[in-house]
Design a protein around this ligand. Structure first.
Ligand code: GNR
Ligand code: NI
Length: 173
């Protein structure tokens, strides 16, 4: 197991479209282990592989509260099969855009098909926070970030702030 570095805005890799996983094998299981370690350490409730620089369609999630037992979930090659017409608004954050939070409106419910770590096809219907997080993570696999749903002004201010911070860090290094 190893902690991996989480890439941050404006890293252009966040805009890549990740490739489908070809085989559910030990290499994939090692990546997933590292993703959980990295996600729990951050801490975050979800992580897409591209956030650790791996452009493959893999998502980890754990929505358990602090006082609850861990509930690690893995979604390989997730696909949205259905979205509700009804929308819901949730405050979102992203480990690749640290300490920035905004309300985002998305379909309230989604049906998602994916592979599990045994390579078996699974389908789930999600609502609430699970629906929000799954959509946030599947967006990452398509190079989409939650700031893309905000006004142009808000989005450009966030990108500017993180671009400046990255420049400053590069100069200090
Ligand atoms: O840790 C996270 N919290 C969160 C809160 C509301 C909506 C989505 C998320 S996902 C985020 C971790 C992350 O960046 N996943 O890509
Ligand atoms: Ni994110």
């Amino acid at each position: 197991m190893a902690l991996r570095n989480i890439i941050k805005l404006p890293d252009p890799r966040l805009r890549l479209v990740s490739a489908p996983v070809q085989a559910v094998d030990d290499d994939l299981r090692r990546l997933v282990e590292d993703m959980f370690e990295t996600m729990y350490d951050a801490p975050g409730i979800g992580l897409a592989a591209i956030q650790v620089g791996v452009p493959q369609r893999v998502v980890t999630l754990d929505l358990a509260k602090k006082d609850e037992p861990k509930d690690p979930r893995v979604f390989v090659n997730p696909e949205v099969l259905w979205r509700s017409d009804e929308n819901a608004t949730h405050e979102e954050g992203c480990l690749s855009i640290p300490e920035y939070y905004e309300e985002v409106e998305r379909p309230a419910k989604v049906k998602v098909r994916h592979l599990d770590l045994d390579g078996k096809v699974q389908e789930i219907e999600a609502e609430g926070l699970l629906a929000t997080c799954l959509q946030h993570e599947i967006d990452h696999l398509n190079g989409v970030l939650f700031i893309d749903y905000l006004s142009k002004l808000k989005r450009s201010m966030v990108i500017k702030r993180f671009t400046k911070a990255a420049k400053r860090e590069a100069e200090e290094a």
